[in-house]
Structures are given as structure tokens and as C-alpha cells.
Ligand binder design. Structure first.
Ligand code: HEC
Length: 113
């Protein structure tokens, strides 16, 4: 099973995605489910989120004055139909707002190649 390198709450915490099937050996088609994560990676992502993202997006991703919710009906309506790679790429390029693309690639959870 191929694993993500580590630490992304971006994908880890979306309901239904964290336990998705492992990625196929070749780069997956855009509609494929994201790769699975280990429990340790999920935990690392949780820590990263609370340090780097929660101030704006809320401790439980519920959103706040400084950032939109990262869960719920509107979020899923917007991102649910799209390939997970789009959400990953946009987040990597633009977040955290105060430091766009400022985290290590591994922290955004880039799949190992
Ligand atoms: C300083 C405040 C701030 C921080 C810190 C921050 N964000 Fe954001 N985030 C925003 C704002 C404002 C938007 C909406 C505007 C935009 O998309 O650029 C946003 C949008 C997003 C979106 C798109 C939401 C949607 O509905 O389309 C995602 C996903 C996201 N952020 C993830 C993250 C992650 C992951 C982190 C931590 C690594 C993070 N953000 C840190 C303020 C922040």
C-alpha cells in the first residue's frame, strides 16, 4: 500500500476520505479516491492543523470570522464533486493565507512518487 508522506489535515479530516482505498501504482486518474493514511499520519495532520489552520478555520473546521468552514454542506457541495487533487493544489498554493505555499510539501500531504 502506498502512503502519503505525512501530515495533511487538508485531506485527512474530510468525512469519508480518510479511510479511502490506497492509490493504484500509477498516478491515479483525477477522479480517483485519495490514498489512505496511517493513524500516525492522521495524528500528525491533526497537530499541524491545530497550529497552522485552526485560528482561521476553527478548531473543528467549523469556520469563523477569518476563514470559511472546511466541512459541512457548502464545503462539500463545492469540493465534493471535484477531484481531491484540486483541493490539495489550491490549498497548497494559497494556505495558510498569511504564508501561501509556506509549509513543506510533505506537510500538505503530497503523495509519494
Ligand atoms: C490567516 C487565516 C487563515 C489561515 C491561517 C488558514 N486559512 Fe485557509 N482560508 C482562509 C480564507 C480567508 C479563505 C477563503 C479565501 C481563499 O480561499 O483564499 C481560506 C480558504 C481555505 C480553503 C478553501 C475553502 C473553500 O471553501 O473553498 C481551504 C481548503 C483552506 N483554506 C485550508 C487551509 C489549511 C489547510 C490551512 C492550514 C495549513 C489554512 N487554510 C490556514 C484563511 C486562512
Amino acid at each position: 500500500m502506498r502512503l502519503m508522506t505525512a501530515m495533511s489535515m487538508v485531506l485527512l479530516t474530510l468525512p469519508g476520505w480518510a479511510g479511502a482505498a490506497a492509490a493504484p501504482p500509477a498516478p491515479p486518474p483525477l477522479s480517483a479516491a485519495p490514498p489512505a493514511f496511517t493513524a500516525a499520519q492522521v495524528e500528525a495532520g491533526r497537530t499541524l492543523y491545530s497550529r497552522q489552520c485552526a485560528a482561521c478555520h476553527g478548531a473543528a473546521q467549523e469556520g469563523g470570522e477569518a476563514g470559511p468552514a472546511r466541512r459541512g454542506t457548502a464545503f462539500l457541495a463545492k469540493w465534493g464533486p471535484k477531484p481531491w487533487q484540486e483541493l490539495y493544489e489550491q490549498t497548497r498554493r494559497t494556505m495558510p493565507v498569511t504564508q501561501p505555499a509556506g509549509l513543506a510539501r510533505s506537510q500538505y500531504g503530497r503523495p509519494r512518487r
